[in-house]
Design a binder for this molecule. Structure first.
Ligand code: SAM
Length: 212
């Protein structure tokens, strides 16, 4: 994402009705944010939000939360929501590193990681969203039968993510190194902005689904 500093984006977000402000105050009470008992699913690093908006339309029986670190990126999703508001989708501007301050044990039903930043330097490995450090955080907030779905075209990041599993209590339920030619795993696939871009350049997309 290049647009890191659109002037005034922080101010727009601070007043926006689709953004949950002070999310740590909702810890343990997220069902009341949506006003129902439906499952809550997260995309961490949602970017401009196309993936979640598509899911939210397809599945009104599920609640979705998008987490994004940068205001200027989140602003793009808000502009789309203004045009077509969805009652089962809300956003949080935060660094996912603090996710356990925002969600209580078993509060989340599923986590999506799509085209996460690769952080190529070894010393930054713990910042990668599928790292063992993040998997430990996800373990704290996901329901016992909850799953994590991860997609990327970055083979180095994907190999790292698969290797990290062995260091954790997670296990791989399904994996592909060429999602778009895997009939079974493509069932119901929702394209993200990055997936559209990189698959149209011919890059194979890797995906895993993991559970405990
Ligand atoms: N998921 C989208 C897609 O597939 O089109 C966007 C992918 S983009 C490469 C990664 C996004 O994750 C960026 O918008 C970035 O700001 C966000 N991000 C990276 N690290 C994050 C973190 N620790 N917490 C929240 N968002 C993060």
């Amino acid at each position: 994402m290049r647009l890191r500093n659109i002037t005034g984006s922080r101010e727009v977000i601070a007043e926006n009705e689709f953004v949950i402000h002070d999310p740590e105050k909702r810890r343990g009470q997220w069902k009341s944010v949506f006003g129902n008992d439906r499952p809550i699913r997260l995309e961490i690093g949602m970017g401009k939000g196309r993936f979640l908006m598509t899911l939210a339309v397809q599945h009104p029986e599920i609640n979705y939360l998008g987490i994004e670190k940068y205001s200027s990126v989140l602003l793009r999703a808000l502009q789309k929501m203004e045009e077509d508001p969805l009652p089962n989708l809300r956003f949080i501007r935060m660094d996912a590193e603090y996710i356990t301050d925002v969600f209580a044990e078993e509060e989340i039903d599923r986590i999506y990681l799509n085209f996460s930043d690769p952080w190529p330097k070894d010393r930054h490995a713990k910042r990668r969203l599928p790292s063992r450090q993040f998997l430990e955080r996800y373990d704290q907030i996901l329901q016992k039968d909850g799953i994590i779905e991860f997609k990327t075209d970055n083979r180095g990041l994907f190999d790292f993510a698969v290797e990290e599993i062995a260091e954790t209590k997670w296990k791989i339920d399904a994996v592909t190194y060429d999602l778009h030619h895997d009939e079974k795993m493509m069932e119901g696939n929702v394209m993200t902005e990055y997936e559209e871009r990189f698959s149209s350049q011919g890059n194979p997309i890797c995906k895993y689904v993991i559970s405990r």
